[in-house]
Each structure stands twice: as C-alpha cells, then as structure tokens.
Design a protein. Structure first.
Length: 380
C-alpha cells in the first residue's frame, strides 16, 4: 500500500518549546491565549467548587443559580463519599449515579445552561421491554424540550456544545467503551472479540507558518495493530476518523515502526499566532480520543477506540454516566437482576468498572470545570 507523503510542516512550538497534546493545553488570559499547566489535586471537590464559584462570578449568574450550583457540588460529594464507603457492591452504582447527576447539574449551570434550578428530569431511563441482562438491556436518552429539561442533555450541551444522541442505546454498546474494563469485557464475550483500544504513542501538532495553519498527527505502533489483526483502513474507519485523518508516509514513523495518521483539514489562523487556534484544533478531535487519568507522569494516556459502525458511539464520559445509571436503576428496581449480572460472566467487568470508573469520571469533570488538566498527585 503506497501512502501519500506527509504535509510539509514543523512541530508547533509555543514560547520556544514543543506543545504537548492535552484537552486543555491553553488558557485564556485577559489579552490572549497562554500556556496552561497541570493541576495536581488530591481533593478534586475543592477544585470543582472553586471553579463553579469562579464561573458564577465571571458569568454574573443570578444568586439563586450560583448558590444552587454550589449546593449541587456539595450533594455530589456526599453521594460520592457514601458510595466509596458502602460495604455492599450493588449499592454503590446508585450512589455514584446521584453524585454525577448533581455534579452534572452544577457543571451545566457553570457553563451557562439555564433553568437547572427546579424540576429537571434525568433524561435517561431504562427500557424495561428490553429485559435486564447486559446483552439485551437498553437505556433511552431524552432531550430537553420547552419547559421540560433533561439533565443528561443539558450536560451534553455544556460539555460537547450539542444536543445528546436521543433514542435507545444498548448496554452492550456502552460496555466496550470502557478503557479500563475493556479486557474483562473481551474475556466475558469470548476470545473472538477484537482488541478495541489502542494507545497513541504520540500526538503532535504541526505548523505551516507561511500558510498560517496547524494540524494534528497521531502515531500508533505498527506491531500492536498487526498483532491484533487490525489494518490501517479498518482502524481509521472504526475509530470514526476516516473522514478527518489519513495514513501518510512519515520518516519518523518509518524509523520507529509507527503508523502516522495526519489530519486532513488544517486549522487556519489569521492573527499571526498559532496559539490563538490551538483550542479550536482540540475541538476537532476530542470526541474521537479516549483518555485515562493517572497519578504518575505523564498523567494522561490517550487512545483510539475502535467500534463497529453498527454500534452507538457516545462521548467517553457519557458511556460511564449511562452505565452507572443503568446499574443504579437495577439497584432500585431489579436488585435480583443486578446480583445475577454481578455473578455472571460480566461480573468481573462490572466490578472493575465500579471500582475504577467513578474516580476517572470525577477527575474528568474536575478538568472540565477548571478547563485545565486535573490529576491526582503521585505522592499524597
């Protein structure tokens, strides 16, 4: 397979140093965009409260909305702590779900979504006609309407800038979107299932200062894709980036046994400063990149998530949120079915999911609240 040559460019540098990839590499100052930094927090709740308080001041929110948002954060923290201390595994998902429901309301208010104080429906419901087993169960996502707000839709607007995907979503589509529990999902579904998560060795920004444009390049290990029987075309298609990235011939990739995927459409800048459009560039890819938040350097690992086009794909945070809702719904209404799921072939997946994903989602939301990478420090 003959690949097209890479676009000519140089590594993007801000203040004379290469810009590492992040969802929040830049911060808006009073005059222009400046370099952002990692925030280390053993206690993310204080970070979230401070960010919500700052947002209320910046947006000049009405007093009742500002106080309500901070109350939602406090409630979220209490639910989260109760879940962490719960002795019975089956009680934890419901407590975690209510924690993130309240935290989502607070973030929505902080991002300028109105009407969140008062009666707001969950916006997600179990589809009882689909049954309660992990292989058949479904949830239904509802959007907001006039005078009828959906908490999950408002959160989707706040984080993604668009309405949530409405309609029914299979639990079987959400489970394999969990980075941490993915291997256990494969074990439960059978050895014929292909590996779906592939760590990105590097993500680089390139720049053409003459054309005044920047673009992204993703690097994946050739041997990893090869060992899992994944071809380049299939990888681009199932990562849902085949219309935005292309495989290119790259000297660095060839020398290091890597595949290079180059962004097809560059992001132009007219100001003379590439830093002004870096966050715009992030917006072109952030829904296509999965991440894990770690307590050791580099504190973020990024992945491509591959899934058949027949499956519903949602943002990473929404897959965790949706699964916690479904498990919590079983806790409330179908506890026997929940115990069966925990004792069945998917039990190890659900146990790992409940143990690890809430903390990941909490730090993800803390990062969103601050518009800055927030991670747990290596030593506390």
């Amino acid at each position: 397979m003959t690949l097209p040559p890479e676009r000519a460019g140089t590594l993007l540098q801000i203040k004379s140093r290469d810009l590492p990839f992040s969802f929040f590499p830049m911060v808006r100052t009073s005059r222009r965009w400046g370099l952002n930094s990692m925030l280390y927090a053993a206690e993310p709740w204080a970070v979230i409260s401070g960010a919500v308080r700052d947002a209320a001041i910046t947006r000049s929110l009405p007093d009742n909305e500002a106080k309500s948002a901070l109350s939602f954060v406090r409630q979220a923290k209490e639910y989260f702590i109760a879940a962490e201390r719960a002795g019975a595994l089956e009680t934890r998902p419901l407590l975690y779900y209510y924690s993130f429901l309240n935290l989502g309301k607070a973030l929505s208010i902080a991002r300028g979504r109105t009407g969140m104080v008062g009666k707001v429906k969950h916006g997600v419901a179990a589809v009882h006609t689909s049954g309660y087993s992990p292989t058949s169960a479904e949830i239904a996502v509802q959007r907001s309407g006039p005078g009828d707000l959906s908490a999950i839709d408002e959160l989707h607007w706040a984080l993604e800038g668009s309405t949530a995907p409405a309609g029914q979503i299979k639990i079987a589509d959400l489970m394999p979107q969990s980075v941490v529990g993915h291997r256990m999902w494969r074990a439960a579904t059978g050895s014929m299932r292909k590996e779906r998560f592939f760590a990105l060795e590097q993500i680089q920004w390139l720049e053409d200062p003459v054309a005044r444009e920047i673009w992204l390049k993703l690097y994946l290990r050739r041997d990893t894709l090869r060992s899992h029987g994944r071809g380049v075309t299939e990888t681009l298609r199932e990562a849902r980036i085949d219309t935005t990235f292309r495989a290119v011939s790259d000297a660095y990739a060839a020398a290091n046994d890597l595949h290079a995927f180059e962004q097809i459409t560059a992001t132009p800048y007219a100001t003379g400063r590439a830093s002004d459009v870096v966050m715009e560039s992030v917006g072109t890819i952030r829904r296509d990149i999965w991440q894990t938040i770690t307590a050791t350097s580099p504190f973020r690992r990024f992945y491509l998530c591959l899934s058949p086009l027949t499956e519903v794909r949602v943002p990473q945070w929404m897959s965790v949120y949706g699964l916690l809702f479904w498990l919590g719904s079983l806790t409330r209404y179908q506890p026997v079915e929940l115990l069966d799921a925990l004792a069945g072939p998917y039990g190890p997946f659900f146990e790992e999911f409940i143990e690890t994903q809430p903390a990941q989602l909490l730090y993800f939301f803390a990062s969103e609240a601050r518009a800055q990478d927030v991670s747990k420090p290596a030593l506390v």
